[in-house]
Design a protein around this ligand. Structure first.
Ligand code: ZN
Length: 251
């Protein structure tokens, strides 16, 4: 594990600081998982299947990123997989892009990331995935009992403000475009673009995976990210079933 940490630091020295921070989360409703259930089994009864499918999909994603150029040319990547007791299995991935591929302008950002609801008439399935998995549970005055509420405010700062154009750099982070559009009905709530966390367009189209992307803040770039995520590799959490299975299967 110490070696992994040293390798990660060596990669930063050689290729430079990472540009993108991607979170790839397992979805227990993936058809491959559901189709493997027997009888009355539920995904939580078969952690062995969950870790196998997650591993296959993670490899697919890395192949799409590194070989098929979702973000154009990737010089280096580092990832760590987290097996938390609560929540789903997920991987944090740091990507370093070559200088031609770096995402610098707001047009570049809009090409890769969207913080808006997709058009159901263009692709109904993607729209359904987005509204099921990638919409912040309505909170605030319309749902004061939402678990994200702290002292009458959403701790994740939803709903966001409408915005006509993306801004590339606000304290090191982009502010995504969220145009004011007609709300759509999702369950019992009527939601609009203010409730959408950002999604990655290319990956969603190719893989139907649920991904979150952050730009590593340009003004505050440091090795903190590497330290934070490689340190996790060194923390034994073998009390968790999925982690034990992951190690046993030698992924
Ligand atoms: Zn909230």
């Amino acid at each position: 594990m110490q070696q992994n940490y040293q390798d990660a630091m060596a990669m930063v020295r050689k290729f430079g600081k990472p540009d993108l921070f991607l979170t790839f989360t397992c979805n227990p409703s993936w058809s491959e998982i559901l189709n493997s259930m027997e009888g009355i089994q539920r995904p939580e009864d078969r952690p062995d299947i969950i870790v196998r499918i997650f591993n296959i999909k993670l490899k697919d994603l890395l192949e799409d990123i590194c070989k098929h150029g979702i973000f154009r040319t990737v010089l280096a990547y580092i990832y760590v997989i987290e097996f938390q007791k609560r929540g789903l299995l997920h991987a944090h991935i740091l990507l370093t892009l070559d200088s031609e591929s770096k995402i610098r302008t707001k047009d570049d950002i809009d090409k890769f990331v969207s913080a808006e609801l997709l058009d159901p008439y263009t692709d109904l399935r993607l729209f359904q995935i987005e509204t099921k998995c990638m919409v912040h549970a309505p909170c605030g005055t319309i749902n004061i009992n939402s678990p994200c509420m702290r002292d009458g405010q959403c701790c994740k700062c939803f709903p966001k403000q409408f915005k006509d154009d993306t801004e590339e750099n606000v304290n090191g982070y982009p502010i995504y475009r969220r145009r004011a559009t007609e709300p759509v009905q999702v369950g019992k709530y009527s939601i609009d673009n203010r409730w959408v966390p950002h999604i990655i367009l290319g990956c969603l189209k190719n893989l139907m995976h649920i991904l979150m992307l952050k730009f590593v803040p340009q003004l505050k770039v440091s090795n903190t990210y590497i330290n934070m995520y490689t340190k996790n590799m060194m923390q034994p959490r073998s009390k968790y079933k999925k982690k034990v299975l992951w190690i046993m299967m030698k992924f």
